[in-house]
Design a protein. Structure first.
Length: 149
């Protein structure tokens, strides 16, 4: 199954802390919590089934805007895929915020993901492309890659 979310990827930032009368409460920064909520709403709109169960294989492609400060030539190289994003935010931080935002919607919990592939690209259309496959139980023993849905 493949789903495209037309949203600018947002990296998972360090949680913020606040003191309460019960102790310390940790929470996501506003930008991250807004991203997760928007991603969740988009997922509910595109994926109407129950969350997937069992072991999953997930492929993620993150497309981000080209910085406005680069030259025309460099911009073309980035949009063509010749130059890829090797700057912050890190790919793993994109993964974390995105997987967390889809918990309970696309899958029950992101701990079901047994294999993950993630890539960063530049684009004029920021988005996230996600492909999810169920890992067949027998393939786990054979070392297979799973069958597409």
């Amino acid at each position: 199954m493949k789903i495209i979310f037309n949203i600018e990827p947002v990296e998972q930032a360090r949680p913020r802390a606040t003191k309460t009368w019960k102790g310390i409460r940790l929470y996501d920064p506003k930008k991250v919590s807004t991203y997760k909520k928007q991603l969740g709403m988009m997922c509910k709109f595109q994926y109407k089934d129950k969350p997937l169960t069992g072991p999953l294989i997930v492929s993620l492609k993150f497309y981000r805007q080209v910085q406005s400060s680069v030259s025309k030539k460099e911009r073309e190289l980035r949009l063509s895929g010749i130059h890829r994003p090797i700057v912050k935010p890190d790919t793993d931080n994109y993964i974390k915020s995105t997987l967390d935002g889809l918990n309970g919607l696309l899958w029950e919990d992101d701990n079901q993901i047994v294999k993950i592939v993630a890539e960063k690209y530049y684009s004029d259309r920021p988005r996230i492309e996600i492909e999810v496959e169920r890992l067949e139980q027998n393939e786990d023993e054979r070392g297979g890659t799973g069958a597409k849905e």
